[in-house]
Design a protein around this ligand. Structure first.
Ligand code: UFG
Length: 332
């Protein structure tokens, strides 16, 4: 029977792009999602869907009994840095404890490969940017720690069993499918570009800038914004790497260019043609000043080539998806 790829969190923002990328590449995705933040409608027709927690051994057993799973791409997690500061135990439960159960099931059932959603937050406040994978990990928030522990579990598991993994350290994921098929649908989103395009489409009354006294060129935080479809492509590249029998790998996935919060807001205003209100606020807890990737390893070792890194393109795609969401809501 043909091999399938299990996508946990496949009804979510990044996971729904991944499912489409797998279908586009002729692969067979199977989705698990508890729909806590994802949407059933984001899973394309014909893709097997299991509702529940990706750390539930009974559910995983049912999936593995039904489909021969060759690899797991594990997205299901909580991702909001300030929430991880106020609710750390929730983050360790959902991100760390559930991942442990998933990895154990994978090993028991002989699944040879896992591609894991790690994060640039494992670096904390890096000593130098751009940051490469050999720089020390020193997370400054529970979110980063909850993910770093999973990297460690994967590393130890790959030493002990016939198993290989790719841990992809995402920088700031944004944008939407260039063909308009999916995007970020979360209503109470906290991510900068999503918030800004909501302000530009009058779905919220202006927006806040959290911190204007950082040691950066304009006082606001600098981040590396990577297009969600480029990110999905990096997972396909990682899958090819693991299937070829190459060793486990940890890779940054970022665009390698830094943009300040003010610069991002300016691009959203220019591309949308809307001048919304911007309020200058205090710093938000858990934010490093500057986080920009070196992506040399992903390019060299995975053969990854980002195509949509340009911020104008990212914002155009994010705005187009926002219009789609608005139309769908109007049509009931
Ligand atoms: N920001 C604002 N106003 C907002 C939202 C965000 O000023 O309304 C600022 C934040 O303070 C921060 C920057 O915009 O300086 C980016 O914030 P996001 O919330 O968009 O993203 P984070 O950098 O906090 O975190 C994201 C992901 C993490 C990932 C990290 C890696 O949520 O999963 O990028 O860089 F680890």
């Amino acid at each position: 029977e043909p091999r399938h790829i299990l996508v946990t969190g496949g009804a979510g923002y990044i996971g729904s792009h991944m499912t489409l990328a797998l279908l586009d590449a002729g692969e067979r995705p199977v989705v698990i999602d508890d729909l806590s933040t994802g949407f059933r409608s984001a899973v394309p027709d014909g893709v097997p869907f299991f509702e529940g927690n990706s750390g539930d051994p009974a559910l995983l057993g049912a999936v593995f009994d039904r489909y021969p799973i060759e690899a797991i791409i594990h997205f299901a997690a909580s991702i909001v840095v300030p929430d991880s500061v106020s609710q750390p135990l929730d983050y360790y439960a959902n991100n760390t404890v559930n991942a442990r159960a998933l990895i154990e099931c994978a090993v028991r059932r002989g699944v040879p490969h896992v591609v894991f959603s790690s994060t640039a937050a494992v670096y904390g406040e890096p000593a130098t940017v751009p940051v490469d994978e050999d720089q020390p990990t020193a997370p400054i928030n529970p979110y980063g720690r909850s993910k770093l522990m999973v990297e460690w579990m994967l590393q130890d598991t790959a030493q002990a069993y016939p198993f290989s993994y790719a841990a992809l350290r995402y920088f700031n994921v944004c944008g939407a499918d260039p063909h308009g098929r999916t995007g970020q649908s979360t209503r109470n989103a906290t991510h900068l570009i999503k918030v800004a395009v909501q302000a530009a489409t009058s779905q919220r009354d202006g927006m806040d800038v959290f911190g204007t006294d950082y040691p950066t060129r304009d006082g606001t935080c600098i981040r590396d914004y990577v297009h969600v479809s480029d990110l999905a492509q990096a997972h396909l590249d990682a899958l090819r790497h693991l299937r070829a029998g190459r060793p486990s790998i940890i890779c940054n996935v970022g665009d390698a260019r830094g943009h300040s919060v003010r610069e991002v807001i300016d691009v959203v205003k220019r591309v949308s043609g809307v001048d919304f209100e911007v309020r200058l606020r205090e710093r938000r807890p858990g934010d490093p000043a500057s986080l920009v990737a070196s992506n040399a390893r992903a390019r060299q070792m995975l053969g990854w080539t980002p195509r949509y890194g340009d911020l104008d393109t990212i914002v155009r795609h994010a705005l187009a998806w926002e219009q789609t969401l608005l139309q769908r809501r109007q049509n009931g």
